[in-house]
Write a protein that binds this ligand. Structure first.
Ligand SMILES: O=C(O)CCC(=O)C(=O)O
Ligand SMILES: [Fe+2]
Length: 426
């Protein structure tokens, strides 16, 4: 547990860097002092700055400058390297796509293996209805150690101390801000605990940071190391776990939501199959005024109770279902099921232009509750139908854009390799 720290320590690690290949390093007083300071920092704040790391300040700045330049590019340019399931979720992640604690983060990013280049727009540049209050919601990092090269002139990264106060990790030029992650907690048998942190860009300037996440391989077994167990009473406080499982735990909620969306999708697909089967029957047809199928008595009589129940009620989303499942005509040529992840993702991209963030207007988030209904009288539906005339997957599935993005985050589970970053913050 983070202590009641009021400031984050700055540690000059040059003795460590200089002696890193020295077989006698353990006898070096200066180096041992660095180790002591690092140990204190990890116990107290879980955060520290490092200087004397050997990377030129000018190079750190250049990296940030390039990052700024990339995010200034037109949206279409950035999309050329967009993150997809096919490329293992590496590449450009659009504004609002990263979800923390169920809320979209007001950030865009490029993920490349263990590095993440992050851009935090000025909040007034984001449409008010799309804005959330954090560039990155409160979280701990999943791995061992994170190093952040942050913009020199903007205070945005905040770290929570034990009394619940948010302490700024103010930029200190030439330093990296470092923090420990969940894996180190397990390895150290709880001696070190990761600290909650978040990013809020309230400044009038676009902020970038470049983070490096030092993590184990996904198949590594994470368990308390013996040395730390001995120092903490001899009993392991954490069970041995595969890194992948730790990551999965982090995205449990997103995964539940993904399952929910898939259930919605399947149900509407079934409804449409039923509607399409009877649509062109003789004596039948679509009654636009009542939003119902008109069916002959003999057809009605032949239906199962369940099917009759569905078809004798208004089908509010008829045109949407038709578009989604059969293109422009009711020919029953259904689209792929979303369990085929790539297809679903592509389809979403087509229907849902994230740039205008039109599906993003809703902010309701079910927090795991299963709002498994799309009846015309449900509040959910009223909300979606009364919106601007947009045709989106989210409307049809009866989920908000936000939930839908969670689905996408959950999809990351299916491509777990190298994907610790994506999983990190759900
Ligand atoms: O942008 C920052 O300063 C930190 C970002 C962060 O905490 C993260 O991506 O895990
Ligand atoms: Fe973080």
């Amino acid at each position: 547990m983070a202590s009641d720290f009021k400031a984050i320590p700055l540690i000059d690690i040059s003795p460590l860097v200089e002696k890193i290949d020295d077989p006698n390093m353990a006898n070096d007083k200066d180096l041992l002092q660095v180790v002591r300071l690092l140990d204190d920092a990890c116990r107290e704040a879980g955060f520290f700055y490092v200087k004397g790391h050997g990377i030129a300040e000018s190079l750190m700045k250049e990296v940030r400058d390039v990052t700024h330049k990339f995010f200034q590019l037109p949206y279409e340019e950035k999309l050329k390297i967009k993150m997809t399931p096919q490329n293992g979720y590496r590449g450009y992640q659009r504004l609002g796509e990263n979800i923390t604690n169920g809320k979209p983060d007001m950030q865009e990013a490029i993920d490349k293996d263990h590095a993440r280049l992050i851009g935090y727009p000025v909040s007034t540049d984001i449409l008010e209805e799309h804005r959330t209050d954090t560039g990155c919601g409160a979280h701990t990092d999943y791995g061992l150690l994170t190093l952040v090269n942050q913009d020199d002139d903007i205070c945005a990264l905040e770290v929570k101390n034990q009394s619940g106060e948010w302490i700024y990790a103010k930029p200190i030029p030439g330093t990296f801000v470092c923090n420990i992650g969940d894996m180190l907690k397990v390895w150290s048998n709880g001696i070190y605990q990761p600290t909650l942190h978040r990013v809020v860009n309230n400044s009038p300037r676009y902020r970038v940071s470049v983070a490096f996440f030092y993590e184990s391989n996904f198949d590594a077994a994470i368990e308390p190391v013996e040395f730390c167990r001995e120092r903490t009473g001899g009993v392991a406080k954490y069970e041995k776990e595969e890194a992948t499982n730790m990551a999965r735990e982090k995205v449990r909620h997103a995964k539940e939501l993904g399952d929910q969306v898939q259930r919605h999708y399947r149900r509407h697909k079934e409804t449409w199959a039923l509607v399409a089967r009877h649509l062109n029957e003789s004596g039948g047809g679509w009654d636009e005024t009542n939003k119902m199928l008109s069916l002959s008595q003999s057809t009605l009589d032949s239906l199962s109770i369940n099917d009759r129940g569905i078809l004798s009620k208004p089908i509010q989303f008829f045109d949407k279902l038709q578009e989604l499942f059969s293109g422009s005509s009711a020919d029953g040529a259904f689209m792929e099921d979303p369990s085929s992840v790539a297809d679903f993702d592509d389809e979403a991209d087509e229907l849902d232009n994230f740039n205008d963030m039109s599906t993003y207007a809703e902010t309701k988030y079910p927090q795991g509750e299963d709002s498994d209904k799309l009846e015309a009288d449900s509040d959910d539906c009223k909300e979606t139908t009364s919106q601007a005339p947009i045709k989106t997957v989210t409307q049809i599935l009866g989920v908000s854009g936000l939930e839908y993005r969670c689905l996408r985050a959950s999809v990351a589970l299916l491509v777990p390799q190298e994907n610790a970053r994506e999983l990190n913050k759900c």
